[in-house]
Design a binder for this molecule. Structure first.
Ligand code: FNR
Length: 183
Protein backbone atom coordinates (compact mmCIF):
# COMPACT_ATOMS: atom_id res chain seq x y z
CA UNK A 1 0.00 0.00 0.00
CA UNK A 2 1.35 3.42 -0.97
CA UNK A 3 0.63 5.95 1.78
CA UNK A 4 -0.06 9.62 1.13
CA UNK A 5 -0.12 12.08 4.04
CA UNK A 6 -2.76 14.81 3.67
CA UNK A 7 -1.85 18.09 5.36
CA UNK A 8 -4.24 21.01 5.65
CA UNK A 9 -2.84 24.44 6.42
CA UNK A 10 -5.97 25.69 8.16
CA UNK A 11 -6.85 24.71 11.70
CA UNK A 12 -10.43 25.95 11.85
CA UNK A 13 -13.25 23.43 12.13
CA UNK A 14 -15.01 24.41 8.91
CA UNK A 15 -11.80 24.79 6.92
CA UNK A 16 -12.20 24.61 3.15
CA UNK A 17 -8.56 23.49 2.90
CA UNK A 18 -9.31 20.51 5.13
CA UNK A 19 -12.44 19.68 3.14
CA UNK A 20 -10.43 19.82 -0.10
CA UNK A 21 -7.68 17.63 1.38
CA UNK A 22 -10.22 15.00 2.43
CA UNK A 23 -12.11 15.15 -0.89
CA UNK A 24 -8.88 14.80 -2.87
CA UNK A 25 -7.80 11.93 -0.60
CA UNK A 26 -10.76 9.95 -1.92
CA UNK A 27 -9.61 10.31 -5.53
CA UNK A 28 -6.50 8.13 -5.15
CA UNK A 29 -6.66 4.78 -6.95
CA UNK A 30 -6.64 1.31 -5.43
CA UNK A 31 -3.35 0.49 -3.75
CA UNK A 32 -3.12 4.02 -2.31
CA UNK A 33 -4.10 5.07 1.16
CA UNK A 34 -4.53 8.77 1.88
CA UNK A 35 -4.35 9.63 5.56
CA UNK A 36 -5.07 12.99 7.17
CA UNK A 37 -2.18 14.09 9.39
CA UNK A 38 -3.18 16.70 11.95
CA UNK A 39 -0.74 19.58 12.45
CA UNK A 40 -2.90 21.69 14.75
CA UNK A 41 -1.49 20.30 17.98
CA UNK A 42 2.20 20.75 17.09
CA UNK A 43 3.90 23.13 19.53
CA UNK A 44 5.70 26.00 17.81
CA UNK A 45 9.05 24.74 16.67
CA UNK A 46 11.69 25.43 19.31
CA UNK A 47 15.14 23.89 19.00
CA UNK A 48 15.52 23.90 22.78
CA UNK A 49 12.73 21.32 23.02
CA UNK A 50 14.78 18.86 20.95
CA UNK A 51 17.62 18.33 23.40
CA UNK A 52 16.47 15.65 25.83
CA UNK A 53 12.86 14.86 25.40
CA UNK A 54 11.23 16.21 22.24
CA UNK A 55 7.45 16.83 22.54
CA UNK A 56 5.35 13.73 21.83
CA UNK A 57 3.55 15.73 19.10
CA UNK A 58 6.83 16.27 17.22
CA UNK A 59 7.64 12.57 17.39
CA UNK A 60 4.13 11.50 16.30
CA UNK A 61 4.18 13.92 13.36
CA UNK A 62 7.64 12.85 12.23
CA UNK A 63 6.64 9.18 12.45
CA UNK A 64 3.47 9.80 10.44
CA UNK A 65 5.56 11.44 7.71
CA UNK A 66 8.24 8.74 7.83
CA UNK A 67 5.54 6.10 7.33
CA UNK A 68 4.16 8.00 4.32
CA UNK A 69 5.48 7.69 0.78
CA UNK A 70 4.29 11.14 -0.31
CA UNK A 71 2.73 14.31 1.05
CA UNK A 72 -0.14 16.43 -0.26
CA UNK A 73 -0.33 19.96 1.13
CA UNK A 74 -3.53 21.98 0.88
CA UNK A 75 -2.94 25.54 1.97
CA UNK A 76 -5.09 28.62 2.31
CA UNK A 77 -3.44 31.90 1.35
CA UNK A 78 -2.56 33.99 4.39
CA UNK A 79 -1.14 37.41 3.57
CA UNK A 80 0.06 36.27 0.15
CA UNK A 81 1.89 33.28 1.60
CA UNK A 82 1.10 29.83 2.97
CA UNK A 83 -0.17 29.44 6.52
CA UNK A 84 2.03 29.56 9.59
CA UNK A 85 0.62 26.16 10.61
CA UNK A 86 2.22 24.58 7.54
CA UNK A 87 5.49 26.44 8.07
CA UNK A 88 5.60 25.14 11.64
CA UNK A 89 4.87 21.56 10.50
CA UNK A 90 7.55 21.77 7.82
CA UNK A 91 10.04 23.11 10.35
CA UNK A 92 9.24 20.24 12.73
CA UNK A 93 9.48 17.74 9.86
CA UNK A 94 12.84 19.15 8.78
CA UNK A 95 14.65 18.38 12.04
CA UNK A 96 16.69 16.98 13.81
CA UNK A 97 19.40 18.06 11.41
CA UNK A 98 20.25 15.22 9.04
CA UNK A 99 17.09 13.27 9.95
CA UNK A 100 14.38 15.30 8.22
CA UNK A 101 11.32 13.09 7.85
CA UNK A 102 10.11 15.19 4.91
CA UNK A 103 13.43 14.93 3.06
CA UNK A 104 13.01 13.59 -0.48
CA UNK A 105 9.30 12.70 -0.22
CA UNK A 106 7.34 13.43 -3.41
CA UNK A 107 4.86 16.22 -2.73
CA UNK A 108 2.04 18.15 -4.32
CA UNK A 109 0.47 21.48 -3.43
CA UNK A 110 -3.09 22.75 -3.74
CA UNK A 111 -3.69 26.36 -2.74
CA UNK A 112 -7.09 27.88 -2.27
CA UNK A 113 -8.59 31.23 -1.41
CA UNK A 114 -12.00 32.79 -1.40
CA UNK A 115 -10.81 35.42 -3.87
CA UNK A 116 -10.06 35.03 -7.56
CA UNK A 117 -6.32 34.36 -7.39
CA UNK A 118 -6.58 30.92 -5.79
CA UNK A 119 -3.67 31.41 -3.43
CA UNK A 120 -0.99 31.80 -6.11
CA UNK A 121 1.37 33.47 -3.62
CA UNK A 122 0.83 30.74 -1.02
CA UNK A 123 1.44 28.00 -3.57
CA UNK A 124 4.74 29.39 -4.81
CA UNK A 125 6.13 30.30 -1.39
CA UNK A 126 5.48 26.74 -0.26
CA UNK A 127 7.24 25.41 -3.37
CA UNK A 128 10.31 27.46 -2.45
CA UNK A 129 10.37 25.93 1.03
CA UNK A 130 9.88 22.33 -0.12
CA UNK A 131 12.66 22.62 -2.70
CA UNK A 132 15.08 23.15 0.19
CA UNK A 133 13.97 19.77 1.62
CA UNK A 134 14.70 18.11 -1.72
CA UNK A 135 11.05 17.13 -2.14
CA UNK A 136 10.23 16.31 -5.78
CA UNK A 137 7.19 18.50 -6.50
CA UNK A 138 4.33 17.95 -8.87
CA UNK A 139 4.75 20.67 -11.50
CA UNK A 140 1.67 20.19 -13.68
CA UNK A 141 -1.18 20.57 -13.35
CA UNK A 142 -0.87 23.49 -10.93
CA UNK A 143 -3.79 23.74 -8.52
CA UNK A 144 -4.96 27.23 -7.57
CA UNK A 145 -8.54 27.02 -6.39
CA UNK A 146 -10.22 30.42 -6.38
CA UNK A 147 -13.66 31.43 -5.09
CA UNK A 148 -13.39 28.48 -2.74
CA UNK A 149 -16.30 29.67 -0.60
CA UNK A 150 -18.52 28.34 -3.38
CA UNK A 151 -16.78 24.98 -3.84
CA UNK A 152 -18.89 22.67 -1.67
CA UNK A 153 -22.63 22.11 -1.47
CA UNK A 154 -24.51 21.80 1.82
CA UNK A 155 -23.71 18.07 1.94
CA UNK A 156 -19.98 18.72 1.75
CA UNK A 157 -19.69 17.54 -1.89
CA UNK A 158 -17.84 19.46 -4.59
CA UNK A 159 -20.53 21.24 -6.60
CA UNK A 160 -18.90 21.53 -10.02
CA UNK A 161 -18.12 18.23 -11.83
CA UNK A 162 -15.41 20.06 -13.83
CA UNK A 163 -13.60 20.78 -10.56
CA UNK A 164 -13.77 17.12 -9.54
CA UNK A 165 -12.47 16.14 -12.97
CA UNK A 166 -9.61 18.62 -12.63
CA UNK A 167 -8.74 17.29 -9.16
CA UNK A 168 -8.80 13.75 -10.51
CA UNK A 169 -6.28 14.72 -13.23
CA UNK A 170 -4.18 16.36 -10.51
CA UNK A 171 -4.21 13.14 -8.44
CA UNK A 172 -3.39 11.02 -11.51
CA UNK A 173 -0.35 13.17 -12.27
CA UNK A 174 0.70 13.03 -8.61
CA UNK A 175 0.40 9.23 -8.64
CA UNK A 176 2.72 9.15 -11.69
CA UNK A 177 5.23 11.30 -9.81
CA UNK A 178 5.01 9.11 -6.69
CA UNK A 179 5.53 5.97 -8.78
CA UNK A 180 8.67 7.43 -10.32
CA UNK A 181 10.22 7.84 -6.85
CA UNK A 182 8.72 4.82 -5.15
CA UNK A 183 10.31 1.95 -7.06
C1 FNR B 1 -6.69 35.38 4.54
N1 FNR B 1 -7.25 35.29 3.28
C2 FNR B 1 -6.53 35.68 2.17
N2 FNR B 1 -7.01 35.44 0.90
C3 FNR B 1 -6.26 35.76 -0.19
O1 FNR B 1 -6.69 35.52 -1.33
N3 FNR B 1 -5.02 36.31 -0.04
C4 FNR B 1 -4.49 36.59 1.19
O2 FNR B 1 -3.37 37.06 1.27
C5 FNR B 1 -5.27 36.28 2.34
N4 FNR B 1 -4.80 36.52 3.60
C6 FNR B 1 -5.44 36.02 4.70
C7 FNR B 1 -4.85 36.10 5.94
C8 FNR B 1 -5.47 35.54 7.05
C9 FNR B 1 -4.79 35.61 8.39
C10 FNR B 1 -6.72 34.90 6.90
C11 FNR B 1 -7.40 34.25 8.09
C12 FNR B 1 -7.32 34.82 5.68
C13 FNR B 1 -8.52 34.57 3.07
C14 FNR B 1 -8.25 33.06 3.08
O3 FNR B 1 -7.45 32.67 1.99
C15 FNR B 1 -9.57 32.34 3.04
O4 FNR B 1 -10.30 32.73 4.17
C16 FNR B 1 -9.33 30.85 3.02
O5 FNR B 1 -10.27 30.27 2.19
C17 FNR B 1 -9.42 30.23 4.39
O6 FNR B 1 -9.13 28.86 4.28
P1 FNR B 1 -9.81 27.77 5.23
O7 FNR B 1 -9.64 28.22 6.64
O8 FNR B 1 -11.31 27.73 4.88
O9 FNR B 1 -9.14 26.50 4.91
Amino acid sequence: MVKVALISGSLRKESISTKIAKAVGELFPEGYEAQFVDIGSLPMYNEDLETDNPPAEYIAFRNAIKESDAVLFVTPEYNRSFSGAIKNAVDVGSRPYGQASLEGKPAAIISQSMGNLGGFGANHHLRQTLVFLNMPLLQQPEAYIGNSGDLFDENGKIKNPDTTQFLQSFVNAFVDLINRYNR
